[in-house]
Design a protein around this ligand. Structure first.
Ligand code: ADP
Length: 473
């Protein structure tokens, strides 16, 4: 669930709870107040009746006459009156009662006359009445019970109306709050979503100099944008430093390799001179010549890789792959003692776009390796092939192969599998071969089994023959 939905749910929930508590309290207080108001009205009415009881003194006789008022005069719509004597006979009642009596029992009379009266809620013919039972006393003489009733219908309908208003109001408030809240949350989160998108784009792209827009107000989102930008700033600086260090290292390797070439040439020349003059220990001189040659190779390979790292690209021209492979095949038998065969018939009119010298170097690296890691009684083969859109050149050998453990690493710089050590070599050949293949938009595939031999296949995309190329232009 998104933050937007969660936020909306949270505060709609809180609002629903508040409305529930508020509605309940309002409803209960209102009910209580209306009941008190009814009680006050019937008490006032009862007082009025009591006040109008008159006592007539009869001087002739020893008793006095009590005249009860005509209770009907006190009634009004919804207010009913009834007088019951102590024997339980109704001695007066308001006419609006019709055929109905206000309910009373012996218990009512006892309870009323024992105290100062009480209120109760009764139901008469389905209508709720608030009833006040009050002792009818004159000069401390209790004569009966005065009952004043008042219909609770207005109160019930007022409460029903209030209930309706509260429910409908709450429902409307909730719908409104949820809708508006959702929109608000959306508006509030929009800058964050935008920020996330921009940040993701910067993270995925190569350009660390990009920044998220933070021209908005300095609120939480603004702070987030500023924090993110300062983080990017540091990242960019660190990356720049790293790039600079890397470039300096590349420059150093390139310069060092370049500078080493001249003294190495001199050393090799001098060793050769000594050998020709027959001076010095022949074995030591041969050793020196070998090592100087190995070092020259290493230096040249390092230079090639340093230039590749610096982003150097090869020049491209249409190359007749068949002819180039045939040239290399002619040199191949001199690379080692193993039997060598080449079948290049498949490369008739095979043209690729590339640098002929580097393509030759690529093939030579693979062939040199094949001879180097294959015993004299083994065989090395150079075969041609093709697959969808690619020309293939496969160098096969029946040498000692490459273990599964080493296979994923042989294209890494300076990686040499155990049996290869001590066989002369730099560990850079395949790294260069891979770079050359990739520069030509091709790839090298290798399959090998320990003890059985290896196959390295170079796949190069088919180029347009020079004659056709002109037509295309
Ligand atoms: P190296 O100068 O050691 O030959 P490479 O980069 O040319 O360096 O090759 C890397 C490693 O791959 C070699 O040291 C060797 O262990 C292994 N390798 C390459 N070609 C072959 C092959 N034809 N047969 C067996 N192992 C090979």
């Amino acid at each position: 669930m998104g933050l937007r939905t969660r936020l909306t749910l949270y505060y709609t929930g809180v609002l629903a709870l508040t409305l529930l508590v508020f509605g309940l309290v309002t409803y209960l207080v209102m009910g209580r107040m209306l009941l008190l108001e009814a009680d006050r009205a019937i008490t006032a009415k009862a007082d009025e009746v009591i006040r109008s009881v008159t006592v007539m003194h009869m001087p002739m006789m020893r008793f006095q006459r009590i005249i009860l008022p005509n209770v009907d005069a006190f009634s009004s719509p919804g207010t009913y009156l009834q007088v019951v004597d102590l024997e339980g006979s109704i001695v007066g009642r308001s006419e609006n009662l019709g055929l109905q009596d206000l309910p009373f029992s012996q218990d009512t009379i006892q309870r009323t006359t024992a105290g100062s009266g009480y209120y109760e809620t009764v139901e008469v013919q389905g209508e709720k009445l608030r009833l006040y039972n009050r002792p009818l006393a004159v000069r401390d003489q209790v004569l009966g019970v005065l009952q004043v009733g008042r219909s609770l219908r207005p109160m019930t309908s007022a409460l029903a109306y209030l209930r309706l208003v509260l429910l409908a109001g709450s429902f409307l408030a909730l719908v409104l709050a949820a809708t508006l809240g959702y929109q608000l949350a959306r508006a509030a989160l929009r800058p964050i979503i935008h920020l996330t998108r921009v940040a993701a784009a910067i993270g995925a792209g190569p350009d660390l100099a990009r920044r998220v827009p933070d021209g908005g107000p300095a609120d939480e989102v603004g702070q987030l944008a500023a924090t993110f930008n300062s983080m990017l700033e540091r990242l960019e600086a660190a990356y720049r430093n790293l790039e600079e260090a890397y470039a300096a290292e590349r420059r150093f390797v390139a310069d060092a390799s370049h500078e080493l070439r001249t003294p190495l040439t001199t050393i090799r020349g001098n060793v050769e001179l000594l050998q020709r003059m027959g001076q010095g220990d022949a074995a030591i001189l041969a050793d020196m010549a070998d090592e100087a040659e190995r070092m020259t190779r290493l230096v040249n390979e390092l230079l090639t890789l340093a230039r590749a790292d610096a982003g150097r690209h090869l020049r491209k021209e249409p190359v007749d792959l068949g002819k180039m492979a045939a040239d290399v095949a002619r040199q191949a038998p001199h690379l080692g003692k193993s039997r060598f065969t080449a079948s290049l018939a498949g490369l008739n009119e095979a043209v690729v776009q590339g640098d002929p010298d580097y393509l030759k170097q690529l093939l030579l690296i693979l062939l040199e390796n094949a001879f180097k890691y294959t015993p004299a009684e083994g065989a090395v083969t150079l075969e041609a092939g093709e697959s969808e859109g690619y020309w293939g050149l496969a160098v096969k050998d029946t040498g000692h192969g490459i273990s599964e453990k080493d296979l994923p690493h042989i294209f890494e710089r300076f990686y040499r599998a155990d049996p290869a050590r001590g066989r002369g070599g730099t560990g850079l050949g395949l790294a260069i071969a891979k770079w050359i293949a990739e520069e030509h938009l091709g790839r090298i595939e290798v399959s090998s089994r320990l003890g059985e031999g290896s196959t390295f296949t170079v796949w190069l995309p088919r180029g347009v023959p020079p004659s056709l190329e002109e037509e295309v232009i």
